[in-house]
Design a protein around this ligand. Structure first.
Ligand SMILES: [Zn+2]
Length: 229
């Protein structure tokens, strides 16, 4: 159920948020008005991907996101049971899935997602489960600082969006788990880039979307470490 809700919200975020002008407010009422457009599992097969709301042929991403969200949220519920960790994990599944889809499709990490995520991570640090407030501050500084350094050395290979994302991941995981998360993300990103070079889907000059790898590394580390904070 929760996975169903989250998957549709991710589709909404990925469709609506990248098109916003600076300072413009997202249209939340569309979540309900155009719900068939974001929650596609019930009609996808009969209509072969043609949305009953707007009659457009939707991307396969709409279907994939619905399915992946259900799988991830169910896996987290089975892992943690009825615990605060599960609810926090669900919030982070929403955030990381949306960041991943938007970075793949637009090569951007949006401030409108980063800022609320930083606030939520700070609030979660006040709960008895997640990393302690001091560890959150330290994790955020280390993540942001490390990637800022890499961005300066790499001269454009990493965008400021990736740097801010690394800071937020640091806040979610705290110190020292931020190091594990970013290293897992960097290794996954390296493997991904190598595969793309070998299969010639990319050349050395192609800009690679790093955020999905960082997101996946963070999610794996949250799953693995959140219990033992
Ligand atoms: Zn539609």
């Amino acid at each position: 159920m929760i996975g169903w809700v989250i998957g549709g919200l991710v589709n909404w975020a990925a469709d609506v948020l990248p098109g916003l002008q600076p300072g413009e407010r997202p249209d939340f009422s569309a979540v309900w008005r155009a719900r068939a457009h974001y929650w596609v599992l019930t009609w996808w097969r009969q209509r072969q991907g043609v949305c009953p709301h707007c009659e457009q042929k939707l991307k396969r991403r709409h279907l994939a996101v619905n399915l992946i969200a259900i799988i991830l949220t169910t896996a987290m519920a089975l892992h943690w049971g009825w615990a605060l960790e599960t609810i926090v994990g669900w919030l982070y599944v929403f955030f990381f899935l949306a960041v991943t889809v938007i970075d793949f499709e637009h090569h951007r990490v949006l401030n409108i997602m980063i800022a609320p995520a930083a606030l939520v991570a700070a609030l979660i640090s006040l709960l008895p489960i997640a990393p302690e407030p001091l560890s959150v501050v330290l994790g955020g500084m280390v993540g942001f600082g490390l990637f800022l350094l890499l961005a300066l050395i790499g001269r454009g290979a990493l965008g400021m969006g990736d740097v801010k994302l690394a800071g937020v991941i640091g806040m979610m995981l705290g110190f020292p788990n931020v190091i594990t998360a970013l290293m897992v993300g960097a290794i996954l990103g390296g493997v991904g880039a190598a595969v793309m070079l070998i299969t010639r889907k990319a050349t050395r000059k192609t800009a690679i979307a790093y955020a999905p790898y960082l997101a996946f590394g963070a999610l794996l580390t949250i799953w693995w470490k959140l219990r033992i904070f």
